[in-house]
Design a binder for this molecule. Structure first.
Ligand SMILES: [Zn+2]
Length: 277
């Protein structure tokens, strides 16, 4: 299907779906073009940046990309670009200063999931239900387990802060790409952490309401990525420095393309106009 469409357009983050076999399936999205990347493994692929960048929100041309694909005015104006999205415990809706209160009500005042994942080791994270399993696939997690459900994004931030005293909240992307990641018994880690943090969770329940932070009884998910050969040394490409990036496609993990010439994080280049060969 994709052979008939001109492969040029502005990059979106790759669409990653989870197959029944547990294998992540990648689709490159550039404008209207779609390319099945799993089918391109082992073949040559080249992405060339024209120099143009369009804001993913308003579409206007921007010389630089802010906050993963926004023009500067959108970056300063949109609630989704505010620092409280990354640090939900700093939510300032109740101070009356939310950049877009209606957007905040739709996105932040709804149940969030606190999860454990294994991307480059054990980590904690938060997301909305609708973002699962996308969030884990975007991070290159090989295992994931939802552990708690909370009422709002801000509450998920407080819970995450509590967990950050015990586990990482970031991925070491080099280790994630090299694939030197040992399996973890996520259920055992969940039980250990919930016991260790019982007092802190009780304090949060006392503050927000007894039923606001609920323990989930989920099964861990295992995820496989299409990888012929993981890099032993990670060299990263950047369209700002090298407009044309490509080689033999060796693997796909998280939002990274792995070429025999190096890797590129396509998420970073959302909105960049590229052509694909
Ligand atoms: Zn914009």
């Amino acid at each position: 299907m994709d052979e008939l469409i001109a492969r040029q357009g502005n990059l979106s983050k790759m669409a990653i779906a989870m197959g029944d076999d547990g294998l992540a399936r990648y689709t490159l999205r550039a404008g209207e073009s779609r390319l099945d990347l799993n089918a391109r493994l082992g073949q040559t692929l080249r992405l060339s940046h024209s120099g143009a960048i369009a804001c993913t929100h308003c579409g206007r041309a921007t010389r630089k990309s802010f906050g993963q694909g926004h023009c500067y005015p959108c970056f300063k104006r949109l609630a989704q670009c505010d620092t409280c999205i990354v640090k939900p415990e700093t939510c300032h809706y109740f101070a009356g200063t939310c950049r877009e209160p209606e957007w905040g009500e739709r996105h932040c005042f709804q149940p969030h999931v606190v999860y454990l994942a294994n991307s480059s080791g054990l980590k904690v994270g938060i997301t909305r239900h609708t973002q699962l399993p996308t969030r884990w696939l975007d991070q290159g997690a090989i295992q994931a387990l939802p552990i708690l459900e909370v009422e709002t994004r801000q509450q998920s931030g407080f819970v995450e802060m509590l967990f950050k005293g015990q586990v990482a909240d970031r991925t070491n992307w080099r280790a994630m790409l090299k694939g030197e990641v040992a399996e973890i018994d996520l259920c055992a880690e969940r039980d250990r952490l919930l016991a260790t943090l019982a007092d802190g969770l009780a304090d949060l329940r006392a503050r927000f309401g007894e039923n606001t932070i609920r323990t989930l009884d989920a099964e861990p998910l295992a995820i496989d990525y299409p990888i012929l050969e993981a890099p032993t040394k990670v060299v990263s490409h950047n369209f700002d420095k090298t407009p044309s990036v490509g080689g033999t496609l060796m693997g796909l993990k998280g939002q990274y393309l792995m070429f025999n010439t190096g890797v590129i994080n396509l998420r970073k280049f959302t909105g960049y106009e590229i052509s694909v060969e």
